[in-house]
Design a protein around this ligand. Structure first.
Ligand SMILES: *Cc1c(COP(=O)(O)O)cnc(C)c1O
Length: 373
């Protein structure tokens, strides 16, 4: 926790709330830029779309990866130029494509012929890039089979794009979120480089490779530093592309904002469900529906603290009347034995994928309050 957040929390804001230190976002941006100076940074807006964050990043020279029309509008309102925005979702409404095109957004992702045809119809002449499905080895929040296409299909679609009046610009992939190693990037770059060569030989030289997001936040275990990803990525790029490097884009979300925020919550109830239970159940005023959606499958395991003193094992649950609203039952968590109703519990490194996942009014609980300091 940064000193700024600690002093804000000393004023005991109403819980649950996210307190996020904007200086840390600026540092994360600068550090990633230094680790990968050859890459243009497109912040993945969905990680945390707060206007304060978008303004700070726009001023620092970031570009934006938007998944929807409202994310495009939020980026523009924050001061981004339309040319600095990529419409990166491979699933877009025709009306949103048309509106983005009218704003002057130049770059559109696709991974199917049907989407390519939609872009051709509603953003004629736009630059397009095809998303490939790649191995998500090492990702703690992998992407399933929902996105991306094969090398063969991508080749066919990129070759068809010109005939549809579009500008075939590049390729992209996403190695899964909270990616804890560099291997997935290395494998994906090697694969995509073959398609670059293939398309060049077929008379279609591409200009851009979008490496997606995935750079991790440190939760409870150490993860590689930005520098380690930067070095592995550039070594692999040079090995496969030599002096003919394409423009490189990255789309970091989590690593820009994750460690900048802390959620302050209140223990609502601390009890044992059965007299013989060794573990206490701790019910917080935030849960799976209040923003902690990434505790699904206990995939993201936040660091959680609640003052000092001897600790014992706990199960952590949310306040709602839904049986799936349990954050951690399998992962061993320990909290102070003296913890009682009314005490503050801190959930660390919750700057990414928390506020944007909070539900509206489930059980009447108001969405998570947000403080950007
Ligand atoms: C979610 C997403 C990102 C951001 O991923 P992080 O793991 O948060 O860095 C980047 N690109 C695409 C296409 C995404 O869907």
């Amino acid at each position: 926790m940064t000193p700024k957040i600690a002093s804000f929390l000393a004023s005991q804001p109403a819980t649950p709330c996210l307190v996020l230190d904007l200086d840390r976002v600026a540092e994360n941006f600068a550090r990633l830029r230094a680790a990968l100076p050859a890459a243009a940074i497109y912040y993945a807006v969905k990680a945390n779309p707060a206007p304060q964050i978008l303004r700070l990043l726009a001023e620092a020279g970031s570009c934006f990866d938007a998944a929807s029309l409202p994310e495009i509008e939020a980026s523009l309102e924050a001061g981004a130029q339309p040319e600095a925005i990529s419409f990166g979702n491979t699933v877009k409404k025709p009306s949103a494509i048309a509106r983005a095109h009218a704003f002057g957004v130049p770059l559109y992702a696709f991974d199917s012929r049907e989407e390519l045809e939609k872009i051709a119809a509603h953003a004629p002449g736009a630059k397009i890039y095809c998303r490939l499905a790649v191995n998500n080895v090492g990702a703690e929040w992998p992407l399933s089979k929902k996105f991306g296409t094969t090398l063969e299909k991508a080749k066919e679609l990129m070759l068809a794009a010109r005939g549809l009046g579009l500008m075939p610009h590049g390729l992209s992939f996403h190695v899964g979120s909270q990616q804890t190693g560099t291997l997935a990037y290395e494998l994906a770059i090697a694969e995509v480089a073959m398609l670059f060569t293939d398309l060049k030989n077929a008379g279609l030289p591409l200009q851009m490779l979008n490496l997606g997001g995935g750079f991790p936040t440190r939760y409870q275990e150490d993860v590689p530093e930005h520098d380690e990803f930067g070095t592995a990525i550039m070594d692999t790029m040079i090995r496969h592309f030599g002096n003919d490097l394409p423009d490189i884009l990255i789309e970091p979300g989590r690593s820009m904002v994750g460690d900048a925020g802390v959620v302050a919550a209140e223990a609502v109830l601390v009890c044992r469900r059965m007299p013989q239970d060794e573990r206490r159940w701790v019910y917080l005023d935030i849960g799976r529906f209040g923003g902690l959606a990434e505790t699904e499958g206990e995939a993201i395991r936040y660091r959680i603290t609640a003052g000092d003193g001897a600790t014992g094992p706990v199960v952590l649950a949310g306040p709602s009347c839904d049986g799936v609203d349990v954050m951690y039952e399998k992962t061993p968590y320990r909290l102070p034995l003296g913890l009682k109703s009314g005490d503050t519990v801190l959930i660390h490194d919750t700057g990414a994928y928390v506020t944007s996942y909070a539900s509206q009014n489930f059980n009447g609980f108001t969405p998570l309050a947000e403080h950007y300091i």
